[in-house]
Design a protein around this ligand. Structure first.
Ligand code: SF4
Length: 331
């Protein structure tokens, strides 16, 4: 599959009074045209920072300190602010986690939806208005003519999220970044929104980066998955690799802490013990070491290598390295 986006060894730090926080510590992955990549990890793992960097919305004191973000062959980190604005309006867009903080409370839905079309697509007002109504219909909002004249507080949570999706799609982006788009919604609306994103992605052959902490959501919508921990990708592969053949202890821990329909009646969920890494004072070696039941001496001293398990399935863990070395010694 043709690559639309390639992230190469991306590093992002926040320079705070207390010191440097390495929020993203050298991650690499690629996404093909029409592919959906899920980025999974707990809060503070760096998944949203990475997304904000791709869309050019990283704010001070955050700074890209290394790597490249290649979109259609061009490193967008070299773009001028004007090029970036053009890129953001026409090629990539984002659905944010909380629509109430992203929709402007003093403008009507119609104003906010048509703004991008007037600015980026240079459409006539009437054409933009009609297109916005069409988008509201597409995302399943009833009575769109009325909704266009309403303010965000007049809509329900599910409807506001649908408006956010309409805003994300209105300029026909090639890449949509959805940052926890269903977290604040109840499960029925969540299922509807996921189905909607999947349907629209198929119809438009759009690529999607789906950021979530919910593995169930990943199984539902994604083709590939990157599991992030402490600013690094610790495992990546297809959805089948991650769900049927997980190899990193953190991914295994996520699986065990997730409810399953095939679980036995009294089977308990097992949480991952311990706390996330203090990113101001990260440990030596493997970031997951303090919480890992398989931790070895080397894990606390040296960063684990990334092991290629074949067909794009990769995992960064000393356990795999020693297992492979052991197998090689026995050959
Ligand atoms: Fe656990 Fe060591 Fe693997 Fe880290 S490198 S996940 S501490 S076994």
């Amino acid at each position: 599959m043709d690559k639309l986006l390639e992230i190469k060894d991306l590093k992002v730090s926040f320079f705070t009074h207390a010191g440097e926080v390495k929020a993203v510590g050298g991650i690499s992955y690629d996404i093909g045209h029409g592919e959906i990549m899920g980025i999974v990890g707990e809060s503070g793992s760096g998944k949203s920072v990475e997304a904000y960097t791709i869309i050019g919305l990283l704010q001070s004191p955050g700074k890209v300190v290394g790597g490249e973000v290649i979109f259609e062959g061009e490193n967008i980190l070299d773009y001028t602010p004007e090029q970036m604005e053009e890129f953001r309006g026409n090629k990539v867009s984002m659905i944010f986690q909380n629509p109430m903080t992203c929709l402007n409370p003093v403008y009507t839905i119609g104003n906010q939806l048509t703004e991008a079309l007037l600015c980026h697509k240079k459409m006539e007002k009437k054409v933009a208005w009609d297109k916005a109504i069409e988008m509201l219909e597409l995302v399943g909002i009833n009575n769109p003519d009325k909704r266009m004249k309403q303010y965000p507080h007049e809509l329900s949570g599910g409807m506001r999220q649908r408006v956010m999706i309409a805003m994300g799609l209105i300029c026909d982006p090639m890449l949509l970044i959805a940052d926890e788009p269903t977290t604040a919604l109840d499960v029925t609306i969540q299922a509807q929104i996921l189905e909607l994103i999947r349907k629209l992605q198929k119809e438009r052959q759009m690529s999607v980066i789906f950021i979530t902490h919910n593995l169930g959501v990943v199984a539902e919508v994604c083709d590939k998955v990157s599991v992030m921990y402490a600013g690094k990708i610790v495992e990546q592969g297809t959805v089948d690799d991650i769900f049927y053949n997980p190899s990193h202890p953190y991914t295994l821990g996520l699986m065990r802490s997730m409810p399953r329909v095939d679980a036995k009646e009294y089977e308990r969920l097992i949480p991952i013990e311990g706390n996330p890494v203090d990113m101001l004072n990260p440990p030596e070696g493997c970031g997951f070491g303090a919480r890992c039941e398989y931790c070895m001496n080397i894990c606390l001293r040296k960063e684990p290598p990334t092991i290629d398990l074949g067909n794009g399935h990769r995992s960064s863990c000393w356990l795999l390295a020693s297992k492979l070395a052991g197998e090689a010694n026995h050959e």
